[in-house]
Each structure stands twice: as C-alpha cells, then as structure tokens.
Design a protein around this ligand. Structure first.
Ligand code: ITT
Length: 201
C-alpha cells in the first residue's frame, strides 16, 4: 500500500521507510508536488496536522486519494525553557540572521548551554496519519537523554551527535539506524502508526 510523506527531510524518510516497513513510502515530488509548508503552529501537533492536511489536499486536488503521514519533531531542553522545541529546524536563525546548517545549529545549542549543568533533554515526534477527508490519527512520543559537551559519532542527523543516552553511554550518532529506531521518538511514534495502519487496511 502506498503512503506519501509530508516531508522534505530525506533522513526522516529513510528512518520511516524502515519503521513502516510493510508500506511503500513516497516523497511528494513523486506525485509532481513541490511540498513547502510554512510551519506557523505553536505545538508539534499543530505543525504536524498542518503539514499532513496540506499535502492531503494537494494530492486530492491532483485527483489522488492516498494516505499521508507527517512527522513534526524537535529537541526540547528544559534548562533552556524548552528551546529549540518547535523551532528545532530553524534554531538560531533569528539571532544569526540566516538559516543555520545542522553543524551551526549544534554550535549554537552548545553555546546556549555554556555554564548549564542540567543537561537533560528529550526529542519529541508528533506523527499524524491522514487516512481520508476529515479522518486522521495522531501519535506523539518522546526520547530522553542529555546534551553532551562535544560531538561524538558520525551517524544520524540534526542534533544526534550531541544527544547522549546515559543508559548505553553513547550519542545517537554512534548508533546504527536499527538501534536508533528501536529507542527513538520517531521509532516509537512510527510503530504506533504502523499498528494503526494494520487495523485500518
Ligand atoms: P520536514 O518539516 O520537511 O519534515 P524538517 O527537518 O524541517 O523536515 P521539522 O520541522 O520536524 O522537520 O524539524 C525537526 C528538526 O528537529 C530537524 O530538522 C532536526 O534538527 C531536529 N530533529 C528531529 N528529529 C531528530 C532526530 O531524530 N535526530 C536529530 N535531530 C532531530
């Protein structure tokens, strides 16, 4: 069964392909859609539902009734009053006056964390499945860890090089995809949606 992902992030796409392994995932451009949703919500849920409904409508307008999944995710640092939060993808852009690369966002985060000893943090993933007009399902999950003082590892994406998991003494960047999916926010939310898909189709 085909599902279209309301994303431009190939890292998410790759992870979700493994998590939702019984389904055939597609990017919007495979249906001729340039997907460019401006995130204006104040919660992960609002942004996820916005992305999912926007792509579902675009597909419907193109004559296609296909289920859509959106993932809005980010890193929450309680000691920074919840930063970067829903602004994780755009973190630091206001302060630095340009969109930062993943590397620059990590540097910005580490500079904001200078002198802070409470390093606890968590990732959030809100995943929405739009199954039809006026029909949707949501799962939101978390993944707890700490912000490291420096980068370690080469895998993953985004903030993974500085997201340290005390239980296994590694950053997410030191895990392979399967290990990350087993414990991550996206893995947990995706497995809930997978069960739901099984019950629907
Ligand atoms: P789409 O909106 O196109 O899906 P995006 O990257 O803009 O892609 P979000 O708005 O959901 O996605 O922002 C999520 C950001 O949070 C992402 O760019 C990373 O910086 C960070 N992030 C989310 N999940 C992550 C993960 O598993 N590992 C590391 N960083 C992650």
């Amino acid at each position: 069964m085909d599902i279209v992902l309301a994303t431009n992030n190939m890292h998410k796409f790759k992870e979700l392909k493994t998590i939702l392994k019984d389904y055939t995932l597609h990017m919007p451009e495979e249906y001729g859609i340039i997907f460019n949703y401006e995130e204006t919500g104040t919660t992960f849920f609002e942004n996820a539902i916005g992305k999912a409904l926007s792509l579902y409508s675009s597909l419907e307008n193109a004559g296609k009734r296909i289920p859509v999944i959106a993932d809005d995710s980010g890193l929450v640092v309680p000691a920074l009053k919840g930063e970067p939060g829903i602004r994780s993808a755009r973190y630091g852009s206001t302060e630095k006056g340009k969109k930062l690369s993943a590397e620059e966002k990590i540097d910005f985060l580490l500079s904001r964390m200078k002198g802070i000893t409470d390093r606890s943090a968590y990732f959030v993933c809100c995943m929405i499945l739009v199954a039809g007009r006026d029909r949707f399902f949501a799962a939101q999950e978390t993944f707890h860890g700490e912000i490291a003082y420096f980068r370690t590892g080469t895998g993953g994406f985004g903030y993974d090089p500085v997201f340290f998991i005390p239980g296994i003494n590694k950053t997410v960047s030191q895990l392979d995809d399967e290990q990350k999916n087993r414990i991550s926010h996206r893995g947990k939310a995706g497995r809930r949606i997978h069960v739901l898909l099984k019950s629907l189709y």
